[in-house]
Write a protein that binds this ligand. Structure first.
Ligand SMILES: *[C@@H]1O[C@H](CO)[C@@H](O)[C@H](O)[C@H]1NC(C)=O
Length: 323
């Protein structure tokens, strides 16, 4: 069919692009053009919520924020792992303003409760939507939602929408969402958000969620002009999540993968630098540059109507779980 040959085309073009740009050598080539002074900032008095902050890119980002004097709120699922990561971050940064919040991002009610109580007690300058999962079997949460969708799309949607009022109270508020270049292989499918049709493919589900995050970022940017939104691709980094969810990719690519710090670099740049805030809101970044959200000739653009359908569905889910 036309749509499956299009999908083969997208995957092939994406792989060639990835081997060139998403690897360690791709990072090193891009980094020659970075301005080192961009990250020489004090974040004292600014507050950062980072989801999935106990490992991988989230932890690397939390460390960089703590090193610069920012207040870090780590949103994590597992208390003992979060506490261990927090101790390391405090020890290395000598910054005591690091806090742990236990939230399962796949649990919509918990996400709401956290966001509401956080807004009442603390201020927020930057939200970093980093937590994500790639579940390779079709698995349901206790609420009966498909797990990738619940975590990557709905969790991100509820957390961001619920924290927008808190962000609107501060100077220079930002929302950074860690998406993935894998989203380039996907066209939005708002008719099957929970992957009920056809054979389930965890990698494709994940990439579809990441496409949805890019679209949400564009939409939020047009709705809330006083907040700076961005989404980004970290490249292919050697993280515990990649090892666990994509073992064969990890084994094959190991020598070419980026370090966690390389993967986190653009997250940190978007979250802290003055240069990033000067970029238009709503864009998708790779190695500190705004890049295209579609591959050439890939027919992956959704209609405005389809995007509206996504937003309406997320609104409905969000309301259903609102305390
Ligand atoms: C939290 O992580 C620890 C260490 O990896 C593990 O032993 C424990 O079972 C986890 N707890 C939950 C609730 O998942």
């Amino acid at each position: 069919t036309r749509s499956s040959s299009m999908s083969v085309y997208r995957n092939a073009v994406w792989l060639v692009k990835g081997l060139q740009e998403y690897t360690r050598s791709g990072y090193e080539a891009a980094a020659k053009h970075f301005a080192p002074a961009d990250l020489e900032v004090s974040l004292s008095g600014r507050s950062y919520v980072i989801t999935g902050a106990n490992s991988g890119l989230g932890k690397a980002t939390a460390q960089e924020v703590a090193n610069r004097g920012g207040t870090v709120h780590m949103v994590c699922r597992n208390q003992s792992r979060a506490d261990a990561a927090k101790e390391e971050i405090v020890e290395r940064s000598k910054n005591q303003n690091v806090h742990v919040h236990i939230v399962d991002m796949s649990n919509a009610r918990q996400v709401w409760e956290f966001a509401q109580s956080f807004s009442q007690s603390s201020c927020l300058h930057v939200l970093i939507n980093n937590a994500g999962c790639m579940v390779n079997e079709r698995e349901l949460t206790e609420d009966g939602l498909e797990k990738n969708f619940a975590t990557n799309t709905l969790g991100t949607y509820i957390l961001t929408t619920a924290l927008i009022p808190a962000l609107k109270k501060v100077e220079d508020p930002r929302v950074v969402t860690v998406s993935s270049g894998g989203m380039l292989t996907q066209k939005l499918n708002a008719d099957d958000l929970q992957f009920e049709k056809g054979a389930f493919d965890g990698t494709a589900a994940y990439a579809q969620n990441k496409r949805q995050q890019v679209i949400l970022t564009e939409r939020w940017a047009t709705q809330h002009k006083d907040i700076h939104f961005s989404s980004m691709h970290p490249g292919w980094a050697d993280t515990p999540a990649v090892q666990t969810s994509m073992p064969s990719f990890h084994a094959k690519m190991q020598a070419k993968l980026r370090t966690e710090a390389m993967g986190a670099d653009t997250v940190v740049w978007l979250a802290v630098s003055a240069a990033a805030a000067k970029q238009p809101s709503g864009l998708f970044f790779q190695d500190r540059k705004a890049v295209a959200t579609h591959l050439p000739l890939a027919s992956s653009r959704a209609s405005a109507q389809e995007e509206e359908k996504l937003l309406a569905a997320l609104d409905e889910f969000a309301l259903k779980f609102k305390p």
